[in-house]
Design a protein around this ligand. Structure first.
Ligand SMILES: [Mg+2]
Length: 268
């Protein structure tokens, strides 16, 4: 990617670009168009670096990527042929201990994804074999089973004591350092690539995307089949976020094409 692109598409993957079966096919044509226009597509996801490396390879993406809900950012340096890494987070090991402490305080067993067996993970995520190994390769966040809403609210309050915060995705919640979230990760990437004036077009579908959508210049909520996530409704009602006109990759594609058709000067 050009370090000086005027626009970046920064996108969540699960539930946004991908549907519940991890299908992105309705967006393939738009991804090709973005590549022709030299507009970077930067995944910004709760997935691990291992998962996103694999995803990029499958889909011919070469731009930097943000993983584990903003806890780390990666990119490839063409001249040194090596990957670079920016860490915003706290280590998995420390976060595991904090999750246990929080469980005790809220008196509810918060179960880390990595403690489930492969059958249970398949049931929850639809992933199997190598995909599970990639999903469990956590470095800077701890995913855990979504607790009931009232417990989640208690967990959020206790987090402040430990300098961590939690985000709720569709399938699971994530514990990570309060220094890291998707919006901060994009900010760090701008600084790293010395492109502070780039305009961010962000797409997300869940509560964990709020910091990204709030940070972006153009923010698009991609709904599920039953409409938008309740945590994003307020932003839509206030006119801060646009709502895509279809779920998942189709809505992603329609919204991105709509935005870029209204921009005439992509390049420097
Ligand atoms: Mg999502």
């Amino acid at each position: 990617m050009s370090n000086y692109s005027k626009y970046w598409i920064v996108t969540d993957l699960d539930g946004t670009l991908m549907d519940e079966n991890y299908d992105i096919s309705p967006a393939i044509k738009t991804l090709h168009l973005l590549s022709e226009l030299d507009i970077p597509v930067i995944p910004c996801t709760s997935k691990t670096a291992s998962e996103v490396r694999y995803f990029r390879k499958q889909n011919g993406l070469f731009d930097p990527f943000i993983v584990e809900n903003g806890a780390a950012v990666y990119g490839f340096n063409k001249s040194s042929l090596s990957e670079w890494e920016l860490i915003l987070g706290m280590s998995y090991k420390d976060l595991r201990i904090i999750l246990m402490n929080i469980s005790n305080i809220v008196n509810y067993h918060l179960i880390p994804l990595n403690d489930l067996n492969k059958d249970q993970i398949f049931e929850l995520t639809g992933l199997s074999d190598q995909s599970i190994n990639r999903a469990l390769d956590r470095q800077w966040s701890v995913p855990f089973l979504n607790p009931p809403d009232e417990i989640f609210e208690k967990v959020k309050r206790v987090c402040q004591t430990y300098n961590v915060h939690v985000f709720k995705g569709n399938r699971m919640s994530h514990l990570l350092s309060s220094e890291s979230h998707k919006g901060e990760a994009v900010n760090k990437l701008k600084v790293h690539l010395k492109n502070k004036d780039v305009k961010i077009i962000a797409l997300g579908d869940s509560q964990n995307d709020l910091p990204l959508l709030e940070y972006a210049d153009i923010s698009i909520v991609v709904p599920g089949k039953n409409g938008p996530n309740k945590y994003l409704q307020e932003g839509i009602d206030k006119g801060k976020f646009r709502l895509a006109n279809a779920p998942h990759a189709q809505g992603w594609s329609n919204s991105v094409e709509d935005v870029i058709s209204n921009i005439n000067d992509f390049k420097c």
